[in-house]
Design a protein around this ligand. Structure first.
Ligand SMILES: [Ca+2]
Ligand SMILES: [Ca+2]
Ligand SMILES: [Ca+2]
Length: 277
C-alpha cells in the first residue's frame, strides 16, 4: 500500500514521505501522499498508526490534558481543603476561647450582681439608720426646749428626779405641774433603769383607796411588782397604814426587789415620768 519517497515541507528539512492507498478507482489506485512535519513524537506515532491512530492520539491527548487539568484541580481543591481545615481549626479554637470568655463574663456578672445587691441592701440599711438618727435628733432638740435640766431619757420616756424631799401627795402634785406624773413602772428594764438614778424616791403607786389593792396613779391595777423582803407590810404592826410606795435602795440592794410601802407623809425625793412623743 505504501511507497516511500522524499518530500520537502516548507521551512523544514527533507524527510521521507509515505502514502496510503485507499482502494482502486476507475483510473487506478487512489492513494494519499503524506509528508511528516517536524519533530512530533505523536505524529511519528501517527506515521506508524495512520489516520485512525490520529483519532486515538487526539483522544489520548485530550484525556492527558483533561487528566492534567483534573490533577491541577485536585491539587487546588486539596490546597483549598487544607486551608479550610486550618481555618476551621482556628475558628474552633476561637469559638472555644470565646466560650471561655463568655463563661468568665457570666461568672463576673453574677458576682457583680451579688455585690450590687449587697450594696443596695447596705445602702437601704444606712438610709434607714440615717433617717432614724435624724428623727431622734429632732426629738431630742424638742426635748431640750421642753425639758431644760434634770430630765433623763430612757426608751420612749423621760424622767425627772426631784432635788427636794416631800410627802407623796406633794410629789404627785409636783409631777402634774411639770406636765408629767409620778413614775409608773411598766417592766423590769424600767425598774432597773430607775435604780441607776440612785435615789430613794416616791413612785406613782398607792393603796389609799382600798387597803391591799395597789393601783398606779393612772388608775391601772398593779400586775408585776418588785417589792423588797416582806413588803408591802403596811407598817408591820409598828407604823399604821403604809399606803404609798417607794423605791428603797437603802434597805434593799436587789435591783428588782426593793419596793417598800411607807407612810404617805414621809419626806422623800420622787421621780416624775412623761412619755416622749
Ligand atoms: Ca413607766
Ligand atoms: Ca396599805
Ligand atoms: Ca413597809
Amino acid at each position: 500500500d505504501t511507497l516511500e519517497g522524499l518530500c520537502l515541507p516548507a521551512g523544514l528539512s527533507p524527510r521521507k514521505s509515505w502514502r496510503k492507498c485507499l482502494g482502486r478507482g476507475k483510473s487506478g489506485h487512489l492513494c494519499l501522499v503524506c509528508c511528516p512535519r517536524d519533530p512530533a513524537p505523536d505524529e511519528a506515532e501517527e506515521d506508524i498508526y495512520g489516520v485512525f491512530g490520529r483519532q486515538y492520539f487526539t483522544e489520548r491527548n485530550k484525556l492527558q490534558t483533561s487528566n492534567k487539568n483534573l490533577t491541577e484541580e485536585r491539587d487546588q481543591l486539596q490546597t483549598s481543603y487544607n486551608i479550610l481545615t486550618k481555618e476551621r481549626d482556628q475558628l474552633q479554637t476561637r469559638y472555644k476561647t470565646l466560650t471561655e470568655e463568655r463563661d468568665q463574663l457570666q461568672s463576673s456578672h453574677k458576682k457583680l450582681s451579688e455585690v450590687a445587691g449587697q450594696l443596695q441592701a447596705s445602702y437601704k440599711t444606712r438610709t434607714e439608720e440615717r433617717d432614724k438618727l435624724q428623727r431622734d435628733r429632732d426629738i431630742f432638740q424638742r426635748l431640750l426646749v421642753k425639758y431644760p435640766n434634770g430630765w433623763k431619757v430612757f426608751g420612749n420616756n423621760i424622767y425627772y428626779v426631784s432635788t427636794e424631799e416631800n410627802n407623796w401627795e406633794y410629789a404627785n402634785e409636783d409631777c402634774l405641774k411639770r406636765g408629767a406624773q409620778l413614775v409608773i413602772i411598766n417592766n423590769q428594764e424600767e425598774q432597773k433603769f430607775l435604780i441607776t438614778l440612785n435615789k430613794r424616791s416616791w413612785i406613782g403607786l398607792t393603796d389609799r383607796e382600798t387597803e391591799g389593792t395597789w393601783k398606779w396613779v393612772d388608775g391601772t391595777p398593779l400586775t408585776t411588782a418588785y417589792w423588797g423582803g416582806k413588803e408591802p407590810n403596811s407598817g408591820g404592826g409598828i407604823y399604821k397604814d403604809e399606803d404609798c410606795a417607794e423605791i428603797n435602795n437603802i434597805w434593799y440592794s436587789d435591783p428588782v426587789k426593793n419596793w417598800n410601802d411607807d407612810l404617805c407623809t414621809t419626806q422623800l425625793n420622787w421621780i416624775c415620768e412623761n412619755v416622749i412623743n
